[in-house]
Design a protein around this ligand. Structure first.
Ligand code: KIV
Ligand code: ZN
Length: 513
């Protein structure tokens, strides 16, 4: 039987460290549920000791996830490790991932510790963690730029103390494939107890080689765990992308000879969910999950694919979860059909009130849009006015006028708590006028740091527009998402959703690893 490659997803921890990608507890739980449907082996849910918000998010994921192992990051000290263990208590399978930097640069400049102190702290941290949890991962941060002799000493010691996984981070994305692979192999050969742990790769994408480096760590170095994120989300240029690694190992099984547990048909839904939640749009030519990844535009390619699919296709779109924009429901569909479709899409709404709110939105949409696709339903449920019980600002109606040569104007009616407000403004464009009108009443003072609009289903101007708005206020960053066939309305919804998060304190400042 082929060896198993463990897929360790860190979208909710390392991915979330990306500026602007921080998520609320509910958003993290929703993504964790999708990761479980994707059948990832390990979900790194967060960094419990970094903030109360992250502690609660890890705890909530530990409370709900039953199949995947739930993991929390912890610095190599007793307090962090205890917080991680406490947050993970209810998970059927849990892991503590503890780390400390081992490169000369990080030890001297960042930690201000001697190598001997780092060695001792790593050892004691793993010993402490092992008393709280059977599954312990240890990472020497900036491991790839660390002195190999020192690294061997540290790793041998932490395995002796009970570390079950050894992860070798290329923290700054400096590695190249062959060297990273042989680095891991040489450590495994030199460390006498290396075979007592699973070896893992963790690569950042600064030079665009995170996936190549990870695969080299597996193929040449013998690692059997890959740490990765959906859409390659992560700080700077991001992390190794889950969908690319998984599909490489699947498609080139002849070369890698490895097996993964992943249900690949859940890849595109996971990609959409992460992009929608964080506002990080997926580039059209991104492998596997980009809108063009399976689009054959040239006549020669189209002709070839029609004659025999494998002339130009090495994977099937449906195997990674691209559905052919199926029309699923319409104006006459009832609540039961809607509820069943939610179940088929793996969407779990918490309460009957949420289902009712989503169904009301669906009916409203079906009145204005003749064909409702799966993607429309996913967006509708992602709309925070459906899933959030803490809606302080709510759009009631809007109208806007734009004419060539005239300055666009907007009138917006919305409620703030129990009170109804009417606001008017002009703007550079209709969206600008609407947001300015809202702001003239709310006076949040927040800075708009991102505005993006996407068509939910491709190929038609009838599609719903999905707008993401990112607001920054002080040190806080929040995302708001809104969907509607009218992108000006979608913009107002997204803006109000972001204001709701600022109001309800649902934002999180990303944990620092
Ligand atoms: O990149 C890195 O070094 C990390 C560690 C905390 C594992 O994310
Ligand atoms: Zn990292």
């Amino acid at each position: 039987m082929a060896d198993q490659l463990i897929i360790f997803d860190t979208t909710l921890r390392d991915g979330e460290q990306s500026p602007g990608a921080s998520m609320t507890k509910d958003e993290k739980l929703r993504i964790a549920r999708q990761l479980e449907r994707l059948r990832v082996d390990v979900i790194e849910a967060g960094f419990a000791a970094s903030s109360n918000g992250d502690f609660e998010a890890v705890k909530s994921i530990a409370d709900h996830i039953r199949e995947s192992t739930v993991c929390s990051l912890a610095r190599a000290n007793d307090r962090d490790i205890s917080r991680a263990a406490e947050a993970l208590r209810s998970a059927p399978r849990s892991r503590i991932h503890t780390f400390i930097a081992t490169s000369a640069l990080h030890m001297e400049k960042k930690l201000r510790m001697t190598p001997e102190q780092v060695y001792e702290q790593a050892r004691l941290a793993v010993r402490f963690a092992r008393n709280l949890c059977a599954d312990i991962e240890f990472s020497p941060e900036d491991g790839y730029r660390s002195d190999p002799d020192f690294l061997c000493r540290v790793i041998e010691a932490v395995i002796d103390e009970g570390a079950t996984t050894i992860n070798l981070p290329d923290t700054v994305g400096y590695a190249v494939p062959e060297l990273y692979g042989s680095f891991i192999l040489s450590l495994r050969e030199r460390i006498p107890n290396a075979d007592k742990a699973v070896w893992s790769v963790h690569c950042h994408n600064d030079l665009g080689m995170a996936v190549a480096n990870s695969l080299a760590g597996v193929k040449l170095g013998g690692a059997r765990q890959v740490e990765c994120t959906i859409n390659g989300l992560g700080e700077r240029a991001g992390n190794c992308s889950l969908e690319e690694v998984v599909m490489a190992v699947r498609t080139r099984r002849d070369y890698f000879g490895l097996q993964v547990n992943i249900d690949t048909t859940q890849i595109v839904p996971a990609s959409r969910m992460v992009s929608q939640t964080t506002g990080f749009v997926v580039q059209p030519n991104k492998a596997v999950v980009g809108a063009n990844a399976f689009a054959h535009a040239s006549g020669i390619h189209q002709d070839g694919v029609l004659k025999a699919r494998d002339t130009y296709e090495i994977m099937r779109a449906e195997d990674v979860g691209w559905s052919a924009n199926r029309i699923v429901l319409g104006k006459l569909s009832g609540r039961n059909a809607f509820k069943q479709r939610l179940q088929e899409l793996g969407i779990e709404l918490e309460s009957e009130a949420e289902i009712n709110a989503a169904f009301a939105r669906f009916k409203d949409l079906a009145d204005r849009k003749s064909e409702i696709f799966d993607e429309d339903i996913v967006a509708l449920v992602g709309d925070e006015s459906v899933t959030s019980e803490r809606e302080h600002y709510r759009l009631l109606s809007l109208s806007q006028r734009s004419e060539t040569g005239e300055r666009p104007q907007a009138d917006v009616a919305f409620s703030v708590g129990e009170r109804e407000h009417h606001a008017h403004s002009q703007g550079n464009g209709p969206v600008d006028a609407v947001l300015k009108a809202i702001e003239s009443v709310v006076e949040s003072g927040a800075e708009l740091v991102l505005y993006s609009v996407n068509a939910i289903t491709s190929g038609s101007t009838e599609s719903q527009g999905e707008v993401t708005v990112r607001l920054q206020l002080g040190g806080r960053v929040v995302n708001g998402v809104g969907a509607d066939p009218d992108i000006v309305v979608a913009s107002a919804k997204a803006y109000l959703a972001a204001l709701n998060k600022l109001h309800a304190n649902l934002d999180r400042v990303a944990a620092q690893g």
